[in-house]
Design a protein around this ligand. Structure first.
Ligand code: SAH
Length: 391
């Protein structure tokens, strides 16, 4: 097998458990490894470190897989997928739908598997995983009773790896599933949905907001499948307004409301979130609880400044339509915006609107999105809940 020798000291991060070796950290390569092939990794003193997937197209030249030599890749994949699955079943014993594999966080670099009953949706974001995807399919078929397997890839990440922008059906068909999150039910139509179909990362946080909403008026802004609002109604909110710029998503929320036998108490708006909140402010229409969960504003470090401005404006608008003593529920899924930056942005928004905020809850993604402690890159979602005061 080909071997990569790292520069001096570049083994430190890897020894701590980080899984990426960047191209500028490699001193030399012995052999002619193909993109996506396995490669042995040695430190500058020629000590064996482990085995990874190689990709010369990517800044992440090697994705570390194991600290030993790999004899049977399928067996290793199976053990890791099973470990990841068992962790989810421990946390959510009665659920059949969750993020089953969260890439690096589950030691399967570049592979996301979302399980929706018997349908499995893959995001394949590394060359090595793409080359070996048949092994993953075989495992899902033989050990996890998969009926449908297909990829709904994140093309931005695939581009960085030099992978083609395509989605594939590996088994069965791209259909629909009705899933539940332990309380609410959702229809997921994979041929029309965003990302891999459902935002599992907010699952636990949807349960959290149930504690705030009894008899309150609620706005679920950027609602997508309406998870936050559905949980609010289940927890006896007075009313919920659902807002999303996508007509398809709003139609899906209506469907989800009927799936959950929800009648009345709801309003639906296909609108831009900024415009909607501005119009509400002008009309002096206020809510007790406003929840905002926008798509990532900062895709990379370059867009940080603009992204922060966007978050500030959004939180300012939300604060301007919250009743005294109400709650702001504000999320950010931009990895590049750190916790401190995000809180500072909201603090600026509070100052500009003359509000005093009490942070009553700070959290991240649901438990099926573990963070690999040695890899900050595996953490992205920030979920905050503030009580809003005029004093
Ligand atoms: N809160 C959701 C996830 C939000 S994902 C949940 O719990 O599932 C972000 C959503 O914002 C998407 O549904 C997308 O259609 C919507 N969106 C993107 N830009 C928007 C805009 N400018 N105004 C309103 N909605 C927007």
């Amino acid at each position: 097998m080909d071997t990569a020798f790292l520069k001096k000291h570049e083994d430190k991060r890897i020894r701590k458990g980080h899984l990426w070796i960047f191209s500028n950290e490699i001193f030399r390569i012995e052999g002619l490894p193909q993109n996506g092939s396995l490669i042995k990794i040695h430190d500058a003193d020629n000590r064996f470190l482990g085995t990874g997937f190689y990709n010369k197209n990517s800044l992440i030249a090697i994705r570390f897989i194991s600290n030993s030599e790999i004899e049977d890749l399928k067996d290793l994949f199976y053990k890791r997928i099973l470990d990841a699955y068992n962790l989810r079943k421990k946390i959510y014993p009665s659920r059949e739908s969750f993020r089953m594999v969260f890439a690096e966080s589950d030691f399967l670099p570049g592979l996301i598997i979302d399980k929706y009953n018997d349908s499995f949706v893959l995001q394949i974001n590394s060359f090595g995983m793409q080359n070996n995807i048949h092994l993953i399919i075989e495992i899902l078929e033989s050990h996890f009773k998969a009926k449908n397997i297909f990829s709904l890839n994140d093309f931005y990440l695939r581009k960085l790896e030099g992978l083609p922008e395509d989605n594939q059906v590996y088994l069965g068909q791209l259909g629909t599933e009705i899933i539940d999150d332990g309380s609410a039910m959702y229809k997921v139509d994979f041929s029309k949905s965003q990302k891999t179909g459902f935002y599992f990362d907010q699952s636990d946080n949807r349960f959290f907001i149930e504690r705030l909403v009894f008899d309150k008026t609620v706005a679920d802004v950027f609602c997508n499948s309406g998870g936050f609002g559905l949980h609010a109604i289940k927890a006896n909110a007075k009313s919920v307004d659902f807002i999303d710029s996508s007509e398809r998503e709003i139609e899906n929320v209506k469907l989800n409301c009927s799936l959950n036998s929800i009648v009345g108490k709801t309003n639906f708006y296909v609108d831009d979130a900024f415009d909607f909140m501005e119009k509400s402010y002008v009309a002096q229409k206020k809510y007790d609880v406003v929840m905002i969960d926008p798509p990532a504003f900062a895709k990379n470090k370059k867009s940080l400044i603009t992204a922060k401005k966007g978050y500030e404006k959004l939180n300012r608008l939300a604060l301007s339509i919250i009743n005294e003593g109400g709650f702001l529920v504000s999320s950010s899924c931009s990895h590049h915006i750190k916790k401190e930056d995000f809180l500072e942005t909201i603090s600026q928004a509070a100052m500009k609107t003359g509000k005093s905020l009490q942070l009553i809850h700070f959290s991240g993604a649901s438990l099926d999105h573990p963070k690999l402690l040695a890899m900050d890159e595996t953490e992205y979602l920030k979920f905050t809940v503030f009580k809003v005061n005029n004093c």
